[in-house]
Design a binder for this molecule. Sequence first.
Ligand code: ADP
Ligand code: MG
Length: 352
Amino acid sequence: PAPSNSPVIKPINKGVVHRICAGQVILDLSSAVKELVENSLDSGATSIEVALKEYGEEWFQVIDNGCGISPNNFKVVALKHHTSKLADFTDLESLTTFGFRGEALSSLCALGNLTIETRTKNESVATHLTFDHSGLLIAEKKTARQIGTSVTVKKLFSNLPVRSKEFRRNIRKEYGKLISLLNAYALTAKGVRLVCSNTTGKNAKSVVLKTQGSGSLKDNIIQVFGLNTFSCLEPLSICISDGSKVEGFLSKSGQGSGRNLGDRQYFFVNGRPVDMPKVSKLVNELYKGANSRQYPIAIMNFIIPTRACDVNVSPDKRKVFFSDESSILQSLREGLQQIYSSHNANFYVNKV
Ligand code: ADP
Ligand code: MG
């Protein structure tokens, strides 16, 4: 049979493309807030407040005391692929900031209603900025504010009907995930005060997380999880290859968290919170030999040369590639085995 007419190939409408791509950067509530918190950390803030209305369903806001955004950047700040952080491609290998792709604000514009209030040290008054869904600045007015930036997103996903429905249906779960993520930043950020509050209906706002911004991981753990939990942990330091090591804290053998798999397990690469399913599996597996009834709490920071890992793998930057993953896992296994075998010995001695 004669082939049917080949369909015409046309470009997709720009606004639609923007919305599709944005939906890959901002997957849910926690990835949205994560981007804003990371921007605040990149701006040198020492105080970051996350405020939510109806668990984030109505709006969420991230308020910081960082460097602010200067007026000559107002027009471009929310445009796709506009960033102050990455100058050229080789920079990707020596990345030290959380953001670098210039996609977060532009994506949030595409998926919700974005406004910014900001002031740098060079201005005596702040500016309130309103952006449209394509990231264009559409209104600008003066307002009062300390030095720093507040970014507000209203009605996230309201223009993606399916995701919007899912978002509202799962909001409590999304909120739980967000709190766990904020815990991760509270653990890793040194000298940054972090507060998270939520307001429902006409109730007064309730503070759900509050840290003082201490200078050490130990103090951060105590602030996030309490002294009792901290006393069940022991420090960990394992060399994994030249120039790389893992540092953190791990449950003592008889004192796991006793909760669900993966609960209170936080993994970082050079202070950046990431997902590490293989490491989590390894830690659980080895811990089982010492304590079969509970799961361990694990807070582990992989300190690795930036050229040996790539965080630019997934749009939300939660995945990492290591150039030498198998040897990292092997060294970690040996290090953990040593810790747990001494645990077992102690466990045994204590029992006898
Ligand atoms: P990226 O973080 O990848 O650069 P974003 O879209 O998240 O991209 O932000 C774009 C730019 O806006 C940043 O490079 C930064 O210059 C500026 N910016 C965003 N949030 C803040 C903030 N809280 N304080 C100061 N500058 C900010
Ligand atoms: Mg960013």
